[in-house]
Design a protein around this ligand. Structure first.
Ligand code: SER
Length: 577
């Protein structure tokens, strides 16, 4: 049996031989694109290259960790749908185009992986005669196995022509594996029973800018092939959850008397992978953004566990299996194992406690209605689906619309309350303030400005130390800098222990005393990312960004003001600097 690990390796070495630079997967939490909650495609980390092809990089390949939440309800119910998945991809930035992309895809599938050619079908965009001809003439695929579809199916992103989003886009050609080589005609019959889409070859030839489609000077290639699906095909199973990527996880869950896994097993296996990988990359359960997705996945999985009659926390026990499957390829997951376990266990325990409280409230309530549901939601943060579940066990049906009205009313009330509550110094204010003060460091500064710069540099040192002591998941979640002190919020599943605090303090002080140089450099965004710079930045693609480095331990995107050497942070020593 070809293992998933072997397939991944074969893919990367095949494209390496074809002159591609192999890139490691970027984080699931995009560091440089605030519009994206999660990395959802292999091309995300290369997006800028399609618009501005770099001089020294023409071809790249990667296996990218991806997370998609759009089809979340489909997971476990139809084969080939996942929240977390790995995407194999090869990319050309203004270099090779349709012919090579198609030929290599074919060569890889039929020669390297030995898939029978007669089981492969392709689709092309209806206006892309060029690709259709390549499939026919260069590959020799019979015409009846080349299907043409419109922009919903064969343009990427789907419907980008008509609806967007803005950004690089283009026609695509997909390759399908037909389990039975049935020879059927329509796309509808392709999926999901007989055929499965394995590879999407996108010819990124346009840029969509505020709705206008412009032809790019350089033509690009962006391909994506789900490792899970390809593994299923090669291992001869129609269900990805039966491949070696999932089997151990599914088998770690108690099976029902029938001995066959239920959809719940598959959903849990899918969610736990998503949760483990995302926490490894720095997310923690929370009520917003990526943290909310993680919280929801953990709670849904926990609640499915209850359906399987597992009453106590169990998800965290799956972590070692997921880590074992991932560690050879994604060392960050192994590195974060303990923290991932702790985070999941805590979230599960909280959830069970909440459910138990809700049950006892419901037990003591005569009139259970949408208002009760809202109280449970508002006070205990229980998801609506779970409340609905508990209430329906008592034979009561809730009206979702009525429930939403309560939520809306509450939102209005809290908005009114919070008008006065706005921070005086938001991050933006701080940025503008920094910009205004962004005189060259040699300029004449007032005492207050210097104090702000001292504290600002200190936040960078603090972040570097936290990342070293607590792990690479630490991300700044906001900071406010005053002349006399600063706040620094960061993501971590629990409070710091006394020992950790002491260690942080010592290390920060050491770095200050070391009098390391603080350097600022303008560089293209992509170069900064490659150099390992961290931090959120909102500048547009292609712009130069400022990177502030301290010693050899800190490198951040930052437009703010800083001292020149770390010892200047120490007010008493500043004059000697
Ligand atoms: N970007 C395309 C996709 O996600 C091909 O990589 O399908």
């Amino acid at each position: 049996m070809t293992t998933a690990n072997e397939i991944r390796e074969k893919f990367l070495s095949f494209f390496k031989e074809k002159g591609h630079k192999i890139f490691p997967s970027s984080s699931l939490l995009p560091q440089d694109d605030p519009s994206l909650l999660f990395t959802s495609a292999g091309m995300n980390q290369f997006k800028e290259f399609f618009l501005h092809p770099p001089k020294d990089l023409k071809r790249a390949a990667s296996c990218q960790k991806c997370l998609r939440t759009a089809d979340i309800e489909e997971v476990g119910r139809v084969p080939g749908h996942h929240t977390f998945f790995e995407m194999l991809g090869n990319f050309s930035f203004g270099d090779y185009y349709k012919e090579e992309a198609i030929k290599w895809a074919w060569e890889f599938l039929t020669s390297k992986l030995s898939l029978p050619a007669e089981k492969l079908w392709v689709s092309v965009f209806e206006d892309d005669e060029e690709s259709a001809q390549i499939w026919k003439k260069k590959i020799g695929l019979p015409e009846e196995r080349i299907k043409k579809f419109g922009s919903r199916e064969n343009f990427w992103p789907s419907n980008a022509l008509e609806e967007g989003p803005d950004g690089p886009c283009g026609p695509c050609s997909e390759i399908f594996y037909d389990w039975e080589a049935t020879g059927q005609q329509g796309r509808e019959e392709f999926c999901p029973d007989n055929s499965i889409e394995v590879w999407n070859l996108v010819f990124t030839q346009f840029n969509r800018d505020k709705g206008k489609i412009e032809e790019l000077k350089n033509k690009n290639v962006d391909t994506g092939m789900g490792l899970e699906r390809l593994t299923a095909v090669l291992q001869g199973v129609r269900n990805d959850f039966e491949t070696d990527l999932f089997k151990l996880i599914v088998e770690s869950l108690p099976l029902p008397a029938t001995r066959y896994p239920l959809p719940a097993h598959y959903i849990i296996a899918d969610y736990i992978r998503a949760v483990v990988f995302t926490i490894a990359d720095g997310a923690i359960p929370a009520n917003e953004r990526e943290g909310y997705v993680i919280r929801k996945l953990i709670r849904k999985a926990a609640s499915l566990g209850r359906d399987l009659k597992i009453e106590s926390p169990f998800l965290y026990n799956l972590v070692p299996v997921v880590v074992k499957l991932a560690e050879g390829v994604y060392p960050e997951v192994k590195e974060a194992e303990k923290r991932i376990k702790e985070t999941i266990k805590e979230e599960e325990a909280k959830f069970i406690q909440t459910i138990n409280r809700a049950i006892s409230i419901l037990d003591n309530k005569k009139d259970i209605n949408e208002k009760t549901a809202f109280e449970l939601y508002d006070t205990y943060g229980l998801p609506y689906e779970e409340i609905e579940n508990l209430v329906s066990q008592r034979g009561i049906e809730l009206n979702r619309q009525k429930f939403i009205q309560y939520v809306e009313k509450q939102r209005r009330r809290s908005r009114e309350k919070s008008v006065f509550n706005k921070q005086i110094f938001t991050k933006q204010d701080e940025k503008e303030r920094a910009k205004k003060q962004g005189l060259p460091l040699l300029g004449v500064w007032g005492e207050e400005e210097i104090d702000v710069a001292r504290n600002h540099t200190a936040t960078h040192i603090l972040q570097s130390v936290l990342r070293e002591i607590l792990g690479r998941h630490i991300r700044q979640a906001g900071s406010i800098i005053f002349p006399a002190y600063f706040h620094f919020d960061f993501t971590h599943p629990r409070g710091l222990t006394k020992e950790e605090l002491t260690k942080v303090e010592e290390m920060v002080n050491n770095r200050i005393l070391n009098n390391d140089a603080v350097e600022r450099e303008l560089m293209p965004k992509q170069k900064a990312i490659e150099a390992g710079a961290i931090g959120l930045f909102e500048e547009k693609y292609g712009e130069e960004v400022q990177v502030v480095s301290i010693g050899n331990y800190s490198k951040e995107f930052c437009g703010g003001v800083h001292v020149r050497r770390t010892l200047s942070i120490n007010k008493r020593r500043r004059k000697q600097d």
